[in-house]
Design a protein around this ligand. Sequence first.
Ligand SMILES: C[S@@+](CC[C@H](N)C(=O)[O-])C[C@H]1O[C@@H](n2cnc3c(N)ncnc32)[C@H](O)[C@@H]1O
Length: 262
Amino acid sequence: MPDTHGYIFADEHDRSAERFRALSELYDASTTGYIERLGLARGCACLEIGAGGGSIARWLAALVSPGRVVATDRDMPAFDVSGLANLELLGHDIAVESLPAATFDFVHARLVLMHLPEPELAVSRMVRALRPGGRVLLEEFDVPPLTSEAAWDGGATTLRTSVAFRAAMERSGVDMQCGRRLPGMMRAHRVVSIGGQGRMSLWTGHSAGAHLMRSNYVGLKERMIDDGLILAADFDADLARLDDPEFVAVSPTMWSVWGRLP
Ligand SMILES: C[S@@+](CC[C@H](N)C(=O)[O-])C[C@H]1O[C@@H](n2cnc3c(N)ncnc32)[C@H](O)[C@@H]1O
């Protein structure tokens, strides 16, 4: 039965720092590049939903200062905001709580919607929070169904644990193909001038991609083994490969989709 009560990694405070560090290393350069191209002016009011480790919220606060940035997360965000008087932290659950209407010039969320039972509702809340002409950038993974140990031309491997992890996420109600649904969800809420880009990379052993895989897999280890999705010995062997410099995996596709209100 899908677990729709909350974020699948909610209880993993010890591993979330590693996850946020890896996500920042993997994706901040492209996220900030997309935001720069949207042409936000100084003084803009911005909203960062599900801010995680806060790297994008801090970058935005410096970009639009003295404009204000509100960074939310389902628990009160706890990252360092020193030196950024225009950055406000807010405990806010986008799945159930509304946002002030027509207040922001820009809203961004990365890897949040895939975890929500009703992502369309969250998109409608985010878009309603925008002023006329406001911009939105939504970024989500797309992981097509996987086949274990499928070797790709360059030698990239799909670990058995990757297959098990995808299945465990889906069983828990996470939408592993959320990325491809972003344009439709945005269009349904009056967003126009929609554009987007999907990005894949090779994740080698001991890289930020391998660190992300490790923190995610370790987080769901018991669940995957208890549900018979992976044997403990196979799990341990796969995790060891994440430290092997010869190891190569293909990343999920990260879809970054932008648009604006009329
Ligand atoms: C995979 S992390 C991504 C963090 C950050 N956006 C990034 O890309 O580095 C997902 C984040 O969404 C937050 N989150 C999950 N469900 C949420 C909800 N219902 N409302 C607000 N934030 C939520 C989590 O607490 C976590 O910080």
